[in-house]
Design a protein around this ligand. Structure first.
Ligand code: IMP
Length: 428
C-alpha cells in the first residue's frame, strides 16, 4: 500500500490529527488537500500538545516531506504564526515543507466578509470558524481569487489585487456599508508575507507524482469531515471545500489510481461544532458528560462542541461516499464508566425504519434515531496494546461498529498520546 487517504466520517473533530501523526511515522510524504486554518488538528507527543491549522501534522516527524496542496486556501498570517511556533518548539521544516502555487490566498476581506455574511444570516447562520474560508472559496469559483503563485511577480500581484479589491470594496460599501479597504496597506502586508512564504512554494503535484513513481508512501490528511463536504454534507451547514476522499485527490493534483487505502476516522461518539442537523445530538446530561469527558471544545475557536451517540447511519454513508476500506476508531476511552453505551443503527422517518442517510431536508431534521444498547465497561483500557486484551464489552462495541459499517476497524486509539494505539492491521 503506497497511498492512504485519511478522512473524517462525521462532522470533523474525529481525532484525525492523532491518527495522521501515528501513520506519519511510516509515511514519506504527508499532504493536505483542502480547507485552511478552519481545521484544528491536535497532536500530543511526550505530553507536549501541538495544534495544527494549516501545516500537516506529519511535520513532527523529522525528514518527512509535508505539502500544503492545490485545493487549500492559505492565510499567510496563520501559516507564518504556525511556522514560528514550530520553530520555537525546535521543529525544523526547511527543505521539506512545500506549498502549492495553485492554492488560494485568504485575504483580509475574506475574514471580514465571513463575519458580515454570518451576521446577515442571523438565526440561519452556519456557525463558521470565522477564518474567511467560505468567502475565499467563493472567490476561487467566481474567479476573483488570488493564488499563492501570484506572489511570485510583484506586478502581477499588484494588478490582480487592484482589480479584485475594486470589486470587493464596491461590494463591502454598497451591500454592507463597510468602509473600503486600502490597496496600499494590503499590498505591503502581502509583499511582506511573500518574502517569507515564497521559499516554500513548489510544484507540489509534481513532487507527489515523483513520489508515486518512486513508490514512496503518501499520506493524504483530510480536514473537516464527510458531513461537512460541500456536495455530500448537510448543505448549507457545511464547509466550502471537499473533505471526502475524492477531494483529497482533486486537491493534490493526483488522479484516481488503484492501491489506495481510505482510512475513515470515526469517534466512538459523535460531535458537531457550528449549526446544522445532528440526529443523534444529546441535549441532556449525557451530552454534557461526553463534552466534558471528551474535552469537546473546538481546537480552532474554543467553541463547545455538540455531542451525541455514535451515528451509524452517517458512518455507513461515509463508507459509501469515501469508499472507506477500514476504520480508525478514536476516543473509545471516553465511554469508560458508563453502564450502557448506544450506537444509532437506523432512523425512524414517518414511521418507517430508514438505514440510508435521507436526502430530504425535512426528514433529516425530523428523523428519530434508533439505537442498539450495549453493556459498558469500567476497565482502564489506555494501557492495552492488543485487541484480544480489551474487555469483552469493548470488543462487542468495536464489532458492532464493524457490522454497521461493513468494513474492519484496523486501528483503535485508546488515549491521546502517539503510542496509545491498538493496531489490528498495519497500513504500512
Ligand atoms: P467554515 O469552514 O469556517 O466555513 O465553517 C463551516 C462549518 O464547518 C461550521 O459548522 C464549522 O464549525 C465547521 N468546520 C470547519 N472546519 C472544521 C473542523 O476542522 N472541524 C470541525 N468543524 C469544522
Amino acid at each position: 500500500m503506497t497511498t492512504c487517504i485519511v478522512v473524517g466520517t462525521h462532522w470533523g473533530d474525529e481525532g484525525k490529527g492523532k491518527i495522521v501523526d501515528y501513520l506519519g511515522e511510516g509515511a514519506d510524504i504527508v499532504a493536505r488537500a483542502q480547507g485552511g486554518s478552519n481545521a484544528g488538528h491536535t497532536v500530543v507527543v511526550d505530553g507536549e500538545k501541538f495544534v495544527f491549522h494549516l501545516i500537516p501534522s506529519g511535520i513532527l516527524h523529522p525528514g518527512k516531506i509535508c505539502i500544503l496542496g492545490d485545493g487549500m486556501v492559505i492565510d499567510p498570517r496563520s501559516f507564518l504564526q504556525e511556522l514560528e511556533v514550530l520553530s520555537r518548539q525546535g521543529v525544523k521544516v526547511e527543505g521539506r515543507l512545500f506549498i502549492s502555487p495553485k492554492a488560494h490566498l485568504v485575504m483580509p476581506y475574506h475574514r471580514i466578509l465571513d463575519e458580515l455574511y454570518e451576521r446577515l444570516r442571523g438565526k440561519g447562520k452556519i456557525g463558521t470558524t470565522g477564518r474567511g474560508i467560505g468567502p475565499a472559496y467563493e472567490d476561487k469559483v467566481a474567479r476573483w481569487g488570488i493564488r499563492v503563485g501570484d506572489l511570485w511577480d510583484q506586478e502581477i500581484f499588484a494588478e490582480r489585487l487592484r482589480t479584485v479589491l475594486h470589486y470587493k470594496n464596491l461590494f463591502l460599501e454598497r451591500v454592507f456599508s463597510h468602509p473600503p479597504l486600502s490597496f496600499e496597506e494590503i499590498f505591503s502586508e502581502y509583499l511582506g508575507y511573500a518574502r517569507d512564504i515564497l521559499p516554500y512554494v513548489a510544484d507540489t503535484s509534481l513532487l507527489l507524482a515523483k513520489g508515486l513513481e518512486e513508490d514512496r508512501k503518501i499520506l493524504l490528511e483530510g480536514a473537516q469531515g464527510t458531513m461537512l463536504d460541500l456536495d455530500h454534507g448537510t448543505y448549507p451547514f457545511v464547509t466550502s471545500s471537499y473533505p471526502v476522499s475524492s477531494g483529497s485527490l482533486l486537491g493534490t493534483g493526483m488522479g484516481p489510481f488503484s492501491s489506495i487505502e481510505v482510512l475513515g476516522v470515526c469517534k466512538a461518539y459523535t460531535s458537531r461544532v457550528g449549526e446544522g442537523p445532528f440526529p443523534t445530538e444529546l441535549k441532556d446530561e449525557m451530552g454534557e458528560y461526553l463534552r466534558e469527558k471528551g474535552h469537546e471544545y473546538g481546537a480552532t475557536t474554543g467553541r463547545p462542541r455538540r455531542c451525541g451517540w455514535l451515528d451509524g447511519v452517517v458512518l455507513r454513508y461515509a463508507v459509501r461516499i469515501n469508499h472507506i476500506t477500514s476504520l480508525a476508531l478514536t476516543k473509545i476511552d471516553v465511554l469508560r464508566g458508563l453502564p450502557r453505551v448506544k450506537i444509532c443503527y437506523a432512523y425512524e422517518v414517518e414511521g418507517k425504519v430508514v438505514e440510508d442517510f435521507p436526502l430530504r431536508p425535512r426528514f433529516v431534521n425530523e428523523c428519530r434515531p434508533l439505537y442498539w444498547e450495549l453493556g459498558g465497561w469500567d476497565e482502564d483500557i489506555a494501557p492495552v496494546r492488543e485487541y484480544a486484551r480489551l474487555p469483552l464489552a469493548v470488543r462487542r462495541f468495536v464489532e458492532s461498529i464493524e457490522d454497521l459499517a461493513g468494513v474492519p476497524v484496523s486501528m483503535i486509539s485508546v488515549g491521546p498520546g502517539r503510542g496509545d494505539t491498538i493496531i489490528r492491521k498495519a497500513l504500512w
